[in-house]
Design a protein around this ligand. Structure first.
Ligand code: CTP
Ligand code: MN
Ligand code: MN
Length: 512
């Protein structure tokens, strides 16, 4: 918090306002006013001083110990108190100008109510370096360069906990608050800098305050210790296991992997694969591994449909260095040629031994039947495939060397897999990697690309912006203008941002 600068009180004329010749005699000897000029401004202060005098109030020009009521406009209690202490020592009533105007109207000093007292959280924008930012994440540029990781980690953990507790509303609130902090150009050092920022509710502010003042949030620390939270994390960390299933298992006293393995629970195919490859799937996928998977997918696609295009999407398109999976969007420049492509790609991959698990769903989106914007349900309507790849060690290493060559960095191999090879542990010559494949017709490609690049919060905010601010419905298939009752076509992401009246934000700045 930055203290109020000392300010010389400039005398606005001869003598004090109280002794001005237009004033009435003092009617309230127990009340001595002082009007603080800063924020109020000299001319308004002079006007109000004169008004006070006319109504029989004593108004002092200089702040002294005689003053009983300090009248301020737009200042915080704390600032004024500090300033007064530096001036005269004992604080009088610190009041908002509303007390003054009401007293003038009443012709007497009105009772001091809570709302008249200066708010502690009000701060002075002139002297505190406050941040400002637009309220939708899709209006902001959020790079991976997060200057407030300690704060955003705390808020993200509470978001995760809310999501694991089926409190999605609270989860989104924490995610939005974290996203605002991620977009700030510098570390936050005091709460006052956050005044006026959007999406920071009372709960998030309490957490931020805790971290700023004590280095940690008690709520976050308690959550980290919570058995339920930890059990939910472990169980939902199994590919194919959602919150509902995890909760059911916890009710049956299954809180860990061993207990699950020893139990009689029947697992579906996805969960069996998830449990079998638990360790691999919970180890972050590196950029080099993503490259290796890309090479395999490109070969598969080229073999079954020459001319089809593969694009890396998801977190890696946003420039992330690691991810929980690798995401690809596949299309063909001739509309319709992409139909039925996924089963062919999948069977090629399977025949080459690259698949440990896959589940393919058909394209079920038809504009004519589905109509505009059912954004959430539309997400799943492309031909898509959730899979677990078996990535051979040599493919991974090849991609890593290629990447190192390209970046001209030191030849040092320190990735976990390489280390375990050196140690002679983990002789398994491959690792499991989660891979998502999506096929879109070229006419929907731009929407699919935008919709699958993320981040999840950025996507959510784009759709909220479209709906609330533009009366449009955005999905990964289309953009519909509700006012004009028509679809807005686009062949690039830039065109979609333009339709939405938003500045174009490149993928690397969508890390909200
Ligand atoms: N997505 C979607 N529908 C789903 C799952 C994901 O539309 N059922 C979209 C989301 O918009 C998300 C993108 O696909 O932004 C990628 O999802 P995901 O792989 O879960 O997240 P990433 O941002 O890639 O993060 P990570 O690096 O952890 O994989
Ligand atoms: Mn991903
Ligand atoms: Mn994914």
């Amino acid at each position: 918090m930055v203290p109020l600068k000392r300010r010389k009180v400039v005398s606005s004329g001869a003598g004090s306002a109280g002794s001005d010749d237009v004033t009435s005699p003092t009617r309230f000897p127990q009340v001595v006013l002082f009007l603080l000029e800063r924020k109020m401004g000299a001319s308004r202060r002079a006007f109000l001083s004169q008004l006070g005098g006319k109504n029989g109030f004593q108004v002092e020009e200089l702040c002294s110990e005689r003053v009983t009521h300090v009248i301020c406009e737009n200042n915080s209690g704390e600032e004024v108190r500090r300033w007064l202490e530096s001036q005269v020592g004992s604080p009088a009533h610190l009041l908002d100008v509303s007390w003054f105007t009401e007293s003038m109207r009443a012709g007497r000093p009105v009772e001091i109510l809570d709302r008249h007292k200066l708010q502690e959280q009000q701060i002075n924008e002139v002297e505190v370096e406050a941040f400002s930012t637009p309220s939708y994440a899709c209006q902001r540029r959020t790079t991976l360069d997060n200057h407030n990781a300690v704060l955003t980690d705390a808020l993200s953990l509470l978001a995760e906990n809310a999501e694991l507790s089926d409190e999605d509303g609270r989860g989104v609130a924490f995610r939005r608050a974290a996203a605002v902090l991620k977009s700030l150009p510098e570390p936050v050092t005091g709460l006052t800098q956050l005044r006026g920022l959007p999406c920071l509710g009372g709960h998030s502010l309490r957490v931020i305050k805790d971290v700023l003042e004590n280095g940690a949030s008690s709520e976050v620390e308690a959550t980290k210790q919570s058995e339920r939270f930890n059990a939910l994390k472990v169980l939902t960390g199994i590919f194919g296991v959602g919150v509902k299933t995890a909760e059911r298992w916890i009710r049956e006293r299954i809180v860990g992997l061993q207990q699950l393995q020893d139990s009689e629970q029947t697992l579906n195919r996805a969960q069996q694969a998830g449990l079998r490859h638990y360790e691999d799937l919970n180890q972050p996928v590196t950029r080099a591994e993503a490259d290796a998977v890309a090479a395999v997918v490109e070969e598969a696609v080229a073999s079954v449909l020459p001319g089809a295009r593969v694009t890396l999407i998801g977190g890696f398109r946003r420039g992330k260095l690691t991810g929980h999976d690798v995401d690809f969007l596949i299309t063909h420049p001739e509309e319709g040629r992409e139909a039925g492509l996924m089963p062919k790609v999948v069977s090629w991959l399977d025949s080459q031994g690259f698949l440990l698990y896959q589940k393919t769903s058909r394209n079920s989106y038809l504009e004519a039947e589905d109509g505009p914007g059912r954004p959430s349900s539309n997400m799943d309507r492309f031909e898509r495939c959730f899979s677990v790849f078996k990535l051979p060690e040599e493919a991974r290493r090849g991609a890593e060397e290629a990447r190192r060559g390209a970046e001209e960095t030191e030849p040092c191999s320190s990735s976990p897999a390489a280390v375990s090879q050196v140690k002679g542990e983990g002789l398994k010559p491959w690792r499991a990697v989660r891979v998502d494949l999506v096929v879109s017709p070229i006419s929907q490609f731009a929407f699919a690309l935008l919709g699958w690049t993320g981040s999840k919060l950025f996507e959510r905010e784009l759709r909220r912006w479209a709906g609330h601010e533009k009366a449009m419905s955005l999905s990964s298939h289309a953009l519909y203008d509700n006012r004009q009752s028509r679809y807005l076509r686009a062949s690039s992401e830039e065109e979609i941002f333009a339709h939405l009246g938003l500045e174009f934000i490149p993928p690397s700045e969508r890390n909200a």
